[in-house]
Design a protein around this ligand. Structure first.
Ligand code: BEZ
Ligand code: FE
Length: 290
């Protein structure tokens, strides 16, 4: 096309694709161009505004390191990460939710009943559940990778006072699919807001808070791995998670248990906890691969 106009530029763009272009690439890039060109026309973006958007993207690249991926955070706060999750989720399995940047690939193996809390102050939280398939059968040997913030709202990689493995653990479900551990209540915290993502949040009058949560990756051979999170039902940010990660089936109750009722065996803290504690029951459901 020699004479490119605002009316034909999208078709011209698509017409430039080579004949050998992979059909899926063609589908995605055609749709991307249609929506992007449509967005420019609808908003009548000015040169200054577009230059500013490109500056923000450049900053996103500049600030990204192996430890901090600002592009992932951008995708999270735009709702894109959650939307990708939602359109691919199986309604009878547990909902997936954002991975976030604080997962570590070498979580230390933990025995069922192990304790994350250690010297940290606050109430003991007992977490217990059964990993099941979509027919309700327990999955023996499933891996349950857990991570969370310390009570100061920081993940181990953000906090000089914590060892990198602190509040991270890899559990193996027993022959009944059961996993269990104790910990301290995770807290609401803010996503990093000192970069371009913070600028976008600020410009749109949004806060950077996430409701408190426990992160899970549940996996087993022959099953689709589940990346998810579990939230308490009384968190003030439950209805306004800045990365859109909350799903109805991921909201749990921290059930108050009276002093003197902590299990007398099966936990690292058995025999050491006299005071009241809370318990979370969460049974992840994962789906078989075809
Ligand atoms: C997190 O839950 O760890 C997280 C998720 C998305 C962005 C930042 C942090
Ligand atoms: Fe998190």
């Amino acid at each position: 096309m020699r004479t490119v106009t605002a009316d034909n530029i999208t078709d011209t763009f698509i017409g430039y694709f080579g004949e050998e272009t992979d059909p899926r690439v063609k589908e995605i890039m055609s749709s991307f161009a249609k929506h992007l060109h449509g967005f420019i026309k609808e908003t009548e973006i000015t040169h200054d505004e577009w230059r500013y958007a490109l500056e923000l993207l450049k900053w996103t690249g500049d600030i990204t390191t192996d430890e901090r991926n600002e592009f992932v955070l951008l995708s999270d706060v735009l709702g894109v990460s959650s939307l990708v999750d939602m359109i691919h989720s199986n309604p009878i399995a547990t909902s997936s939710s954002v991975l976030g940047p604080f997962h570590i690939s070498d979580a230390p193996p933990k025995e069922n009943g192990a304790d994350f809390k250690r010297h940290y102050p606050g109430e003991v939280i007992l977490v217990e559940g059964t990993v099941r398939d979509t027919d309700g059968n327990p999955i023996a040997g499933a891996k349950v990778d857990i991570w969370q913030t310390a009570p100061n709202g920081k993940y181990s990689s953000q906090d000089e006072e914590q060892d990198i493995h602190s509040f991270h653990g890899m559990f193996t479900a027993d022959e009944n699919g059961r996993y269990a551990f104790t910990t301290v209540r995770p807290v609401s915290y803010t996503v990093p807001s000192d970069g371009p993502v913070g600028k976008i949040l600020n410009a749109t009058g949004r806060h950077p808070w996430r409701p408190s949560h426990l992160h899970y990756i549940v996996s087993a051979e022959g099953y689709r791995s589940l990346v998810t999170e579990v939230f308490p039902d009384d968190d003030p940010y439950l209805d306004q998670d800045t990365v859109f990660g909350v799903r109805e089936d991921l909201v749990t109750t921290y059930t108050a248990k009276p002093a003197g009722s902590f299990p007398s065996e099966g936990f690292e803290l058995s025999g050491k906890v006299d005071q009241a504690y809370s318990r979370i029951d969460f049974d992840p459901i994962i789906e078989k691969l075809d």
